[in-house]
Write a protein that binds this ligand. Sequence first.
Ligand SMILES: C[S@@+](CC[C@H](N)C(=O)[O-])C[C@H]1O[C@@H](n2cnc3c(N)ncnc32)[C@H](O)[C@@H]1O
Length: 156
Amino acid sequence: MSSSPPPAENPPVSPPAFVIRDVSGRGRGLFSRARISRGDLVHEAPCLLVPKVSYDAHAKHTVLEHYLFNCKDGDRLLALGYGSIFNHSDPPNVDYRLDKPGMVIRYYAARDIVVGEELCIYYGANLWFEEVGGSGSKAEDGSESSDDENFLNRIE
Ligand SMILES: C[S@@+](CC[C@H](N)C(=O)[O-])C[C@H]1O[C@@H](n2cnc3c(N)ncnc32)[C@H](O)[C@@H]1O
């Protein structure tokens, strides 16, 4: 008999909490289709591990460079599911946590989110593209995610 997985800290928003839409100048993005409360687990993305050696030799020279999440040790995680479709905004309305041992990234609402808002994470200070638009609202507590050396920010 198989045992069920342990419960997450916050129960996931009943799916589907968001839809993919095209956003002018930003490519695809994720948009809420239900009210989401601060702290809710919005998505849990299974990941592929890209070891640092593979990243340096191959992945950084491909389009994957714009999708990989940095780990502290130089390895990278490629988020599957919807995890690679979150666009950037500052401030973001979604925070994320890398769980490298678990090979997942979890995305949590940084504040209450209303229906129709784009769900965005913070990539870091050094963007490689010209920013278009934004989520347009500040986190309630004015908090900001930690920055990273050069790419998607890392919170482990
Ligand atoms: C991780 S992907 C996000 C999903 C992407 N929009 C797509 O359709 O595949 C990162 C890319 O999205 C685009 N992007 C994300 N946030 C943006 C923003 N605020 N303004 C303009 N482009 C953005 C950039 O082209 C960036 O390289």
